[in-house]
Design a protein around this ligand. Structure first.
Ligand SMILES: [Zn+2]
Length: 158
């Protein structure tokens, strides 16, 4: 596993294949991801659940950077610099299993889920305007140390 990418809590030896990006969108934005049509996203917190069975570190680096790639729907939000990843969680379960347990609102149907066979509705969910408890209180300061960190270390540092 690449340096800087940590495993999920309860790590059993299975590689992490699913990632959750906790994203802050500071102001209302209008995006037109892929062929899904144009949508307005309210400001607030979102969680995006994706999977990378290979090259997890490269995928996360991609999502953390502003770039011109528009391959995944989330690129229209993150690559375009309209939202910022404030926290990352890794898991060994499938992205749909993880996504199904998140209590969030679908704002763009089929976002990140065009090949989803589990009726997720969307792999991008709106969590509201308040920082989700899973995100450390002062993520911007901690991001300077490492963009990816395990939850237990966050708890220790609090
Ligand atoms: Zn799904």
């Amino acid at each position: 596993m690449a340096e800087g990418v940590h495993t999920a809590p309860g790590f059993t030896g299975a590689p992490a294949v699913t990632y959750r990006l906790y994203i802050r969108v500071p102001r209302r934005v209008s995006i037109e991801p892929g062929r899904l049509g144009r949508y307005v996203l309210d400001s607030g917190w979102y969680v995006y659940t994706g999977s990378a069975r290979r090259n997890m570190a490269a995928r996360l680096r991609h999502h953390l950077a502003v770039n011109d790639t528009r391959r995944w729907h989330i690129d229209w939000l993150l690559g375009a610099g309209l939202g910022q990843v404030m926290h990352i969680r890794l898991d060994t379960e499938s992205e749909c299993a993880i996504n199904a347990r998140i209590d969030g609102r679908v704002v763009i149907p089929r976002f990140g889920a065009t090949d989803c066979r589990h009726r997720c509705g969307s792999h991008l969910l709106w969590l509201g305007t308040r920082r989700p408890p899973v995100v450390p209180r002062d993520p911007r300061r901690r991001r300077t140390r490492s963009a990816v960190y395990p939850a237990e270390r966050c708890a220790d540092a609090a």
